[in-house]
Design a protein around this ligand. Sequence first.
Ligand SMILES: *[C@@H]1O[C@H](CO)[C@@H](O)[C@H](O)[C@H]1NC(C)=O
Ligand SMILES: *[C@@H]1O[C@H](CO)[C@@H](O)[C@H](O)[C@H]1NC(C)=O
Ligand SMILES: [Zn+2]
Length: 333
Amino acid sequence: MAAEKKPMQTKNKVLIAGISLIIVAGIAVGVYFGVHKNSSSINRRCNGTPTTSAPPTSTTAVTPPDQKGTMINGTLFPYYNLTGEAPAPVGFLTPGTYSISYDDGPSEYTHELLDMLDKENLKVTFFVNGNNQGCIYDPKVQSVLKRAFESGHQIASHTWSHPQLPKLSVEGITTEMTRLEQAFQDILGVVPRYMRPPYGAGTFGPADTDAKVQTTLKNLGYVITTWDIATTDADIDDNNAVHKLSDEQLMKVEQGQVTSVVETGPKGATHMQLMHDTYMRTVRLMTPWTINYAKNLGYKLVPVATCLGDEDPRTWYSRIGPPSPNPPTTCTK
Ligand SMILES: *[C@@H]1O[C@H](CO)[C@@H](O)[C@H](O)[C@H]1NC(C)=O
Ligand SMILES: *[C@@H]1O[C@H](CO)[C@@H](O)[C@H](O)[C@H]1NC(C)=O
Ligand SMILES: [Zn+2]
């Protein structure tokens, strides 16, 4: 089923690793030399200028902080003590920041990841699907998603069913986003402003299909984010029997990709690293390694939005309201 798996299935792991390295290096070089795609709404790494589409207007009904956090418009932001007006989303370079983000989840490994992040006192970004590896309305998935939100992690959209967006019509793209918006509203009470297109599709390809994707997403109020470091944890899939490399060997490949991007960039740059919380190896091996690696280089680990200058969690969401008292428990309709 659909992980962040490119349609690349060869038995030659070295070739996969090589190709991936070239792709990643290509992206990194493109970013480094300021080669930007045709839209300023695409943030390949943290120092782009994000589109500040439809900033949330004034904050409504903010109650003073107490031990429980801040109640905003009926949704409790338990981790944050937020006072005053929400600032307009900005989007300036935040040098020296490094965001780690997880796509395609939540999964059976996400609680374990949250435990680890709690211990490190780190906040990350989750780009969540509605119905990909599992159904977002599954009570177990609802509960881990709530835990992630309530721990102060940024929740962002990765579409309802993980399609190639350029292949869809404007209506199809819209449904992919709004169906997931409804689920987020039901479960958390918020609608994310940030999204990442599955496979990055709509940010690489022919200009005409890209324009359709990007215009539709922008009209829906989304900031489109991509990455500059792909760890290929999904390309070299640990659940795929074709691949016989050990976890340690796979880790070496992924670490090589991280270090090659970071080392070719300027020191103290900003980075967005893409991973998937749907793989055990990513959670248990790659995550702690990445945290140590980035910290040792002096980077500050933050969510994607903070990397882009949006530090106030109220700016991470376009709508804030009370969650549904009785959300559905299945994805069938
Ligand atoms: C929020 O404020 C309360 C009361 O001052 C404090 O006990 C709590 O630790 C604060 N929470 C955070 C996440 O800063
Ligand atoms: C708060 O709720 C009201 C009423 O539903 C809505 O109009 C407003 O936009 C909400 N505020 C935010 C910040 O989402
Ligand atoms: Zn994905």
